[in-house]
Write a new protein. Sequence first.
Length: 224
Amino acid sequence: MFVMSLHERIKQKLDEKNLKAADLARATKRSAVSAKKWLDGVSVPTAENLKTIAKFLGVTDDWLLYGGKEQQTIDNNVSNKPARLAPVLSWVQAGTFTNVQAVDMSQVDEWLPLPDECINCFYLKVQGISNQPDFLEGDYILVDPDVYYSDMQSGDMIVVRKFEDATFKKLVIETDGSRYMQALNPNFQPNIIPLDEHCHFVGQVVDCMRYTYRAKRRSRPHHS
């Protein structure tokens, strides 16, 4: 999965140019901690920082994101579609969610690629076993907050907040019109969550990203 190798491509270019994390931090005007997180694969640069990094390293932001045949910095006369990234929100942030614009993005440590059709989408990192085996702990679900609750159909996965707690489950709509949420894991209890006046619809789960393997890269300086 291309996201897993983004930090490796950045580090590869730094190594080729004999540059360090401190140089990356200075080029992006970010802290050394942020630069180290990018290089360790702990977090992903924002779209703005990604373009700065690409220009600094002499490549395109598309190459940093997707790899493939290496491209040098694109000529100004050639159109280049900028990479779009979405924030990974915490479940605490989801519990108080009203809209993406109200989220304090300075509190967001991780960003992931955003599909073109999503404008205000955001990611949540799955916790627990309530929706296994379809959704595993550590998966990233993409949530679209711009859809209407009235348009949801039975079987859709939705995110709902109640007071300051947020959860995602399958929406079930009975023939009489009654609605409730149900965990996909039949062994999880409580398996059914009633939808009452205290429940507020956050958005629909429209995609899921899963890392099959992700580890902190271990490296040592190369000696000539």
